[in-house]
Write a protein that binds this ligand. Structure first.
Ligand SMILES: NC(=O)c1ccc[n+]([C@@H]2O[C@H](COP(=O)([O-])OP(=O)(O)OC[C@H]3O[C@@H](n4cnc5c(N)ncnc54)[C@H](OP(=O)(O)O)[C@@H]3O)[C@@H](O)[C@H]2O)c1
Length: 421
């Protein structure tokens, strides 16, 4: 179902490498039907017209179809088709992060009830095999944390801003020109896409349904080239990180720009590359790195799932039990988080300003680690200061920042970023 960027790649692989794939499985794998919206659209590679249909029932009620691949995207009608396919006893492979993040548990129990497989490796990290690893190879671990760069569009933009001190809107326009960002990039820029993916990873790691709405989100739109300059001076890169942690029976999931030490591996993940670091009690830190989107990497994940299912059907026809998401940990609000912070302010350029700000931060139990004074502007009689803090509680930082913003000498609070050690 779907013959776009991903579906086109999957169809090309199934049609072009049918013999090789069939050999890997030990039985033929045949592409029977492809659901599209517009059967007259020009396709690359060309697809035999008799394979195309605009009627989902040609697939969902076709007894000779054993596996359905959903690569349409969006929640509806995709989620409804997945339910129908599973209810009809068909195995399912999907690349749909939005559906899996929102409806994963229902679909997984439907798969279980109908004795079929539901695999979704391509929903996170394109060609990086992270989903299957969390469901299988890393299952012995208690997962301490997941930290990842799981949106290639934002990582491309941040890399441009860091390496060339390009401003956000220019970097976004370049990403759009090169096909790395969609015409409407909102879902990427505001962290929604990463929140869907983190919800999937955290659900698998912590064995309970983490909803996309449980993920705290801050987009990258407020970053300016100067933040990258200051961060570098302080020894950090700025990356949009997706982070899930569990402490004392509570799970905190968040997506936001973070300062990452320049010598950390995640600081070196550039351009459209993705990386996910999983820290487990047994495996220690494991790093997955690779292309997180695009036709070929995503095809690798979808066809890999298809082969896995087909091998299982070949064995005894019984599916592997689905991951159990029956945990009941609470979701920790970001207010309780303790982190170090980077704060950039524009202030009146006269004596005593820093003392006023330091007093408010001190009252909030926030201790200052470093101060940089930058870019004095004689015309507006303002100066820019960058403060980093020692570990402090998010709620006190937000409250102190509200008070700081109200000071007469403070012209603007430009940015508050969290530092990830
Ligand atoms: N693109 C990537 O790199 C990537 C990476 C990982 C995961 N994914 C996920 O993979 C899925 C597909 O992404 P994509 O980039 O391949 O999307 P896409 O290029 O927009 O393709 C969507 C395809 O689905 C068909 N379609 C959409 N709605 C339909 C409907 N109601 N009925 C019938 N056909 C319908 C379209 O048909 P027409 O061609 O006739 O318009 C099109 O062929 C999404 O869930 C996405 O999040 C994508």
């Amino acid at each position: 179902m779907g013959l776009g960027v991903v579906g086109g790649g999957v169809a090309a692989a199934l049609l072009g490498q049918q013999d090789e794939i069939s050999r890997k499985i030990g039985r033929p794998m045949i592409l029977k039907k492809i659901l599209v919206r517009d059967p007259d659209k020009l396709r690359e590679p060309p697809i035999p017209a008799d394979l195309l249909t605009t009627n989902p029932e040609d697939i969902l009620t076709n007894q000779s179809i054993h596996v359905v691949v959903e690569v349409m995207g969006g929640t509806q009608p995709a989620a409804g088709y997945l339910e129908d396919a599973l209810s009809a006893g068909k195995h399912v492979v999907t690349a749909n992060k939005e559906v899996m993040a929102k409806h994963g548990p229902e679909l997984m129990s439907l798969a279980q009830d109908n004795d079929v497989n539901l695999l979704f490796e391509a929903s996170v990290g394109g060609g990086i095999p992270i989903v299957g690893c969390l469901m299988n190879e890393l299952l012995a671990n208690e997962v301490h944390s997941i930290r990842g760069i799981i949106n290639g569009t934002t990582n491309y933009i941040l890399t441009r801003m860091a390496n060339h001190f390009t401003e956000f809107h220019q970097a976004l326009a370049e990403a759009q020109e090169r096909g790395y960002a969609e015409a409407d990039p909102t879902n990427d820029i505001d962290g929604m896409d990463a929140a869907y993916k983190l919800a999937i990873l955290a659900s698998l790691a912590y064995h309970q349904h983490i909803q996309p709405g449980d993920v705290y989100r801050q987009g990258i739109g407020s970053l300016e080239a100067k933040d990258f300059r200051y961060a570098k001076e302080l020894g950090y890169a700025i990356k949009s990180l997706a982070i899930a942690t569990r402490e004392n029976g509570a799970i905190l999931a968040r997506v936001h720009p973070s300062l990452v030490p320049l010598d950390h591996m995640l600081a070196k993940v550039d351009g459209v590359y993705n990386a996910v670091e999983v820290e487990g009690d047994l495996c220690g830190r494991v790093l997955f790195h690779g292309l997180g989107a695009g036709r070929e990497p995503t095809t690798s994940a979808v066809v890999g799932d298809l082969i896995e299912i087909s091998r299982k059907i070949g064995a005894d026809g019984r599916p592997t039990p689905m991951a159990q998401l029956d945990g009941a940990d609470s979701i920790r609000p970001i207010d309780d988080m303790v982190s170090r912070y980077y704060l950039r302010l524009t202030v009146a350029d006269h004596a005593g300003v820093l003392a006023e700000i330091a007093r408010i931060l001190g009252d909030g139990n926030i201790s200052i680690a470093s101060v940089l004074q930058k870019d004095t502007d004689p015309a507006t009689k303002t100066a820019e200061i960058v403060i980093t803090t020692h570990p402090a509680r998010e709620a006190s930082v937000q409250e102190s920042l509200r008070l700081v913003a109200g000071l007469e000498v403070v012209r603007e609070v430009n940015n508050l970023l969290r530092i990830e050690e």
